[in-house]
Design a protein around this ligand. Sequence first.
Ligand code: ATP
Ligand code: MG
Length: 271
Amino acid sequence: MSWCSRDVPMMSETVNTDQNMPKSILSLSDIRRSFQIGPTNTEILKGVDLEVYEGDLLSIMGPSGSGKTTLMNIIGLLDQPSSGYYVLDGDKVSNLNDNALSSLRNKQIGFVFQAFHLLTRSSAVENVCMPLLYRGVRRKAAVRSAEEMLDKVGMGERLRHRPNQLSGGQKQRVAIARALVGSPSLLLADEPTGALDPNTAKEVMSLLLRLNDEQKLTVMIITHDVNIARQCKRQVFIRDGTLIESSEYMNAAHSETADRNGHATAAIVEG
Ligand SMILES: Nc1ncnc2c1ncn2[C@@H]1O[C@H](COP(=O)(O)OP(=O)(O)OP(=O)(O)O)[C@@H](O)[C@H]1O
Ligand SMILES: [Mg+2]
């Protein structure tokens, strides 16, 4: 991979030397991503910096087309930035080849998508087994882990159901179990409640909050829903290709409006 030639220690590479410091899960520095469409090169991410620590729960908000999924794809090792520096749980991902990236992704990242992305002809257990089978775990052990994880997300009674025999909320629970069965260091959720009715969305969000609280799971949630963002410990916004955190936003030029409105989140979402 050619997007990082600099060989300097990142903040996260030194952070673990002090046991009192929280463990850095990911460190992004000056991440840029451009897309070439015909003759036009458009820069979507224009220098993203972000530090995420173990046990963080972040929401990422921003207008449609602002680059949320683009950023998630880079963090999730599905895409590579045009330039910038990225350290994931101590691994400098910049110089890894495709196989190493796939392996790192399988071990470190769990994905949850709005549209679930389950294998339609496979049962809940078979879906949840997949990441473990991919990494070479034996079938019997994979099934046992999948059943335990499905039980943890409240799906222990529907292990053999196929996706078309499950409700939207149940499908998303299966997808969350699949994302977590391999004990990733980071759960990435792209609008996980976007296809769910408000009550089911609340239940799925409660599950993510519980996993973060009880298991110190690090979670990043892309959402358009202010109520979901408010439940997260940190709120990050994409504005003009860079990230602003709610605390920074409060201190920035718009803080007057934010203070008047009582909270920053609504102000920035309304633009
Ligand atoms: N592979 C690609 N090729 C060209 N342009 C792309 C590609 N992927 C994303 N883009 C462009 O990048 C911009 C950001 O897209 P992205 O999907 O990240 O937005 P988003 O913030 O997730 O939006 P939404 O809230 O609608 O999901 C869009 O203008 C999109 O057209
Ligand atoms: Mg998106």
